[in-house]
Design a protein around this ligand. Structure first.
Ligand code: SF4
Length: 243
């Protein structure tokens, strides 16, 4: 279907706008990422981590790109805001968008490091349910591992890392809805996560990702390897329905 044609009954302009947004999103660097980074390393589903390690092409085209687009735009705005604050104050309190080497083969970008408190901060732009869940239960394994891995990399680069934090902004609503979760930086937690990842990598060398233990759940529809309707194989996984 061309960008400017629309299914019967659909608004042609709306269809065209969505087509432009989807096309731009599909070409964004994050969408083409094929190596595992700190953000995926702690995912509780070993099968998903196995697909990432194998460099499997993303097959889930059904998830709506809008939350990621909003997240990327907010991250860019926040990076600028903290850099401006540094300039206004005449000092580099905030290290913004810091490139971090976690291991020789894994690197990422830490959103923010507060040199005043030794806190690594990751910005999360969340829908209402996710925000509610983090306020109630704290972050899950994936987010917690991610921020400690950034801490691990920054500590090895010589920074005095004392705390890790997630600054959780509501995707809709007001700044007053910001929720900050934090805890002491734990070097052992990061080292354990890297050891688990090495274990999954070892299994991935021997087995197809589909043979790795799966942890299906409500988040499967957001998994890049979610492919409903068939058995799990080297290209995709049916997730919660039939994994
Ligand atoms: S679809 Fe679900 S069960 Fe399958 S790999 Fe992804 S997260 Fe794991």
């Amino acid at each position: 279907m061309s960008l400017f044609s629309a299914p019967a009954g659909a608004d042609p302009l709306g269809t065209a706008i969505k087509g432009v947004v989807r096309a731009a999103s599909a070409g964004a660097p994050r969408s083409r990422q094929r190596t595992i980074g700190p953000s995926s390393a702690g995912h509780p589903c070993a099968r998903r981590v196995g697909y990432e390690l194998a460099g499997t092409e993303h097959v889930n085209a059904s998830s709506d790109p809008w939350p990621a687009i909003v997240g990327t735009a907010v991250h860019a705005w926040l990076a600028d805001a903290f850099a401006q604050h540094n300039r206004r104050e005449g000092r580099d309190r905030w290290l913004v968008e810091q490139r971090v080497a976690v291991t020789p083969t894994m690197s990422g970008t830490a959103d923010l490091f507060d040199t005043a408190s030794g806190t690594v901060i990751d910005h999360k732009v969340l829908g209402a349910d996710s925000l509610k869940s983090i306020k109630r239960d704290g972050p899950g394994q994936q987010y917690r591992t991610q921020i400690h891995l950034y801490g691990y990399g920054l500590a090895r680069a010589g920074h005095d890392v004392r705390r890790v934090a997630l600054a959780c902004y509501p995707r809709s609503g007001f700044l007053d809805g910001l929720h900050v979760w934090s805890e002491d930086y734990d070097d052992a937690l990061a080292a354990d996560a890297l050891a688990r990842l090495a274990g999954v990598a070892e299994l991935s060398r021997l087995l197809d990702p589909a043979a790795l233990p799966a942890e299906p759940g409500a988040g499967c529809t957001w998994c890049p390897f979610w492919r409903p309707g068939g058995p799990a194989d080297a290209a995709g996984c049916p997730g919660a329905a039939t994994a």
